[in-house]
Design a protein around this ligand. Structure first.
Ligand code: PEP
Length: 253
């Protein structure tokens, strides 16, 4: 089902480096990205390095319009939470976006829907923009329950925040079976879920940016971005390769 959405939304490409890189490899990657992504662009580009490299990323991005994002955040404001980072700390670094509810955090760190909703609120309270990840497992898709899962994950946040909070948020649809696997949702599968997400947001549905994530590469990005309800991509592996990353950014631009 391919449907058209009317409102113009700025395309967004977000590179989630996950727990990869070191000062040397980051320096090469950041130098190449910031050299080629200069001036004004229709698409907005974000890199999310691991926290210890925030300073390096800020310094090396220099005048490039590439902005800084974070991979996760604590739902708490401050206090005895060893190893955690608060949203106000990220704001101190002029971080603009924060990924929350990534499937690796839901699965490996056992983050619950309620916690994800609390993180969403903490990020917005600090003046930053949450990128809320939602997506179904292979099992759920095969049982024909993909939309049910997306609905539950979205509703858990909407119940805490109300739909209006999504004016200042981004949603990333990431089918778990497509993340890091080399499998991509078909255009029809992606478009169906993106359209569903918009309908769940009521009147705001056409205003909110909804990204696709799951093995997006230079060769398939154009086809995905051509779909009416896909506003860009959340990238894992492809964000670690400057050429691949920039090809995808160019496809969105
Ligand atoms: C991700 O981890 O959010 C992701 C989309 O990874 P990949 O692009 O490697 O599938």
């Amino acid at each position: 089902m391919i449907t058209a959405s009317s409102t113009k939304r700025r395309r967004l490409i977000v590179g989630n480096w996950k727990m990869n890189g070191n000062r040397h490899t980051n320096a090469e990657l950041l130098a190449r990205v910031s050299a080629r992504w200069q001036g004004e662009h229709a698409a907005e580009v974000v890199v999310c390095p691991p926290y210890p490299y925030f300073q390096q990323a800020r310094e090396m991005l220099g005048n490039s319009p590439v902005v800084l994002g974070a991979q996760s955040v604590s739902e708490h404001g401050s206090g005895a939470f060893t190893g955690e980072v608060s949203a106000s700390m990220l704001a101190d670094w002029h971080c603009k976006y924060v990924i929350i509810g990534h499937n690796e955090r839901r699965r490996l760190q056992h983050e619950t829907d309620v916690q994800v909703a609390q993180k969403f609120l903490a990020v917005q309270a600090a003046g930053l923009i949450p990128i809320l990840c939602v997506g179904e497992s292979l099992e759920m898709r095969e049982e024909g329950r993909a939309l049910e899962v997306i609905d539950r994950q979205l509703r858990a946040v909407i119940e805490q925040t109300g739909c209006a909070a999504f004016v200042n948020a981004v949603i990333a649809y990431e089918p778990v079976w497509a993340v890091g696997t080399g499998k991509t949702a078909t255009p029809e599968q992606a478009q169906e879920v993106h359209h569903f997400i918009r309908t769940q947001l009521g009147n705001l549905g056409t205003q909110v940016r909804v990204l696709y994530g799951g093995s997006v590469k230079g060769h398939n990005a154009g086809q995905l971005f051509a779909l009416a309800d896909i506003d860009g991509a959340l990238l894992g592996g492809a964000s670690l390769d400057a050429d691949e990353f920039l090809d995808i950014c160019a496809a969105a631009d």
